[in-house]
Design a protein around this ligand. Structure first.
Ligand SMILES: [Cu+2]
Length: 161
């Protein structure tokens, strides 16, 4: 009986806690090829991936030949390189902080326009782990209600086994 109760309580706690432990992913753009030209179709590369808030994009490249600019949709489509704000280390790590579409291009030569060295991704938010702009009381109370509900169910189930 004691074991059953312990198990039920643990199961209830796990059910509440696990969704909050969603693991962030480090994405190496272009995998082994990295951020370059003539090797990777970045549209295809991103196609089957789910990018989440908290994940990291890692742009790995030869800084003599490439760089990374975060741009808007218009500049992405027209391959317009901003006058400043480029990343140039050769190993740029970008944490995806907000949900929505993100656009990146290479600003060297005609890499964007001619070689399609451009990446667009859609970042999805995780409602439990996404940083809230302001304290969200309804969310935490909903979570507590959920925990209490599961706990009650677990305790109740002990009596019906
Ligand atoms: Cu380039």
């Amino acid at each position: 009986m004691t074991f059953r109760i312990t198990f039920a309580v643990l199961a209830a706690l796990a059910a509440v806690a696990l969704p909050q432990c969603a693991v962030a992913t480090d994405w190496r753009v272009g995998d082994n090829s990295g951020w370059t030209i003539n090797e990777v179709n970045y549209t295809k590369w991103a196609e089957d991936k789910v990018f989440k808030v908290g994940d990291k994009l890692i742009f790995s490249y030869d800084p003599e030949n490439h760089n990374v600019f975060k741009v808007d949709q218009h500049d992405f489509q027209t391959c317009t390189v901003p006058v400043s704000g480029g990343l140039t280390t050769g190993h740029d790590v970008i944490t995806l902080a907000t949900p929505g579409k993100k656009w990146y291009i290479c600003g060297k030569g005609t890499h964007c326009s001619e070689f399609q060295q451009k990446l667009v991704i859609n970042v999805v938010g995780d409602p439990l782990t996404a940083p809230a702009p302001a304290p969200d009381k309804s969310r935490s109370s909903r979570l507590i209600l959920g925990a209490e509900y599961l706990f009650m169910m677990a305790v109740a189930s002990v009596f019906f086994f």
